[in-house]
Design a binder for this molecule. Structure first.
Ligand code: C5P
Length: 229
C-alpha cells in the first residue's frame, strides 16, 4: 500500500472528490474527519470507496469502553479501512474495541501535538509529552491496536520501544519548500521513513496546491529517497 495519506480537510464533498480524483494515482488511503462526516455522513465514505480507495476515519473516539467499541463497530459497517481512538480512553476501551471481529484497523492517538508540556501539567499529567507518548504507545501495543498516530519527532523512539509489529502514522509533513502553517514541528517524508513511519499524512500542502497531483507525486518521491527500513 502507498505510504502517502491525504487529509481531506475541505468543506464540501465536491472539493474532497476532486482531490481524490486528482491524486489517486499516488494515494491509496484518504483521511476524513468530523467536518465532512457530520455534513455528509456515510455517503462521503461510499464515494471514496467507489473510486477504489480506502478511508481513514479520523474521529478520535474517546469514551467509556462499550461506546468506544460500538463506535469502532459502526465505523466498520461503513467499510472504513482504519479509525482513530484516543489511547487515553484506557486499556479496557482499547481491548474491547480490538476484540471485535471483522473490525477496521484501530489507530491510537497519543498526545495531541497542540498540547504543550504546560498544557499537560494543567491537566495533571506530569511526564513530558515525549514520556507520555511512550507510555501511551506501550499501552497501544499491549492492547493490540494496529497503529499509532505520532509526530516524526516521536517516531524513532516509539519504533525503538515497540519494535516492528505496529504501524506508525505521522502527520505534520512538509517538503522543505512548503510553509509550515500552524504545525510547530514538521518533517519531510524522507525523514518520516528513516524514523520508522509506515504512513505519512499530508493535508494543506496538497489540498491547497495549484496542482495537488504534482505535490502528491513529489511527496511520494521524497519518501522513496530514503533507504527501505
Ligand atoms: O494540513 P496538514 O498537513 O498540517 O494536516 C495534517 C492533518 O493531520 C490534519 O488533518 C490534522 O488534523 C492531522 N493531525 C495532525 N497532528 C496530529 C494528529 C492529526 O496534524 N497530532
Amino acid at each position: 500500500m502507498k505510504p502517502l495519506i491525504v487529509a481531506l480537510d475541505v468543506e464540501t464533498e465536491k472539493e474532497a472528490l476532486s482531490i481524490v480524483r486528482a491524486t489517486k494515482k499516488f494515494v491509496d488511503v484518504f483521511k476524513i474527519g468530523p467536518g465532512l462526516v457530520l455534513r455528509y455522513g456515510p455517503s462521503m465514505i461510499k464515494k471514496i470507496r467507489s473510486a477504489g480507495r480506502k478511508v481513514f476515519l479520523d474521529l478520535k473516539f474517546h469514551d467509556i469502553p462499550s461506546t468506544v467499541a460500538r463506535s469502532v463497530k459502526e465505523a466498520g459497517k461503513w467499510g472504513v479501512f482504519s479509525a482513530t481512538v484516543h489511547i487515553s480512553a484506557g486499556e479496557r476501551a482499547l481491548r474491547e474495541a480490538a476484540s471485535l471481529r471483522g473490525r477496521p484497523e484501530i489507530w491510537g492517538v497519543t498526545v495531541l501535538t497542540s498540547l504543550s508540556e504546560q498544557d499537560l501539567l494543567m491537566l495533571g499529567i506530569h511526564p513530558s509529552p515525549l514520556e507520555q507518548v511512550m507510555r501511551l504507545g506501550g499501552i497501544a501495543k499491549k492492547c493490540e491496536l494496529n497503529g499509532i498516530v505520532a509526530s516524526v519527532g516521536e517516531t524513532l523512539s516509539l519504533r525503538n520501544l515497540l519494535g516492528k509489529g505496529i504501524k506508525i502514522i505521522t502527520p505534520g509533513i512538509r517538503l522543505p519548500e512548503n510553509s509550515k502553517e500552524d504545525q510547530t514541528r514538521t518533517s519531510t517524508p524522507q525523514h518520516a521513513r528513516i524514523s520508522g513511519a509506515d504512513f505519512f499524512v499530508v493535508g494543506r500542502p496538497i489540498i491547497e496546491a495549484k496542482d495537488p497531483k504534482w505535490v502528491a507525486e513529489l511527496m511520494l518521491k521524497d519518501w522513496h529517497k530514503a533507504p527501505k527500513q
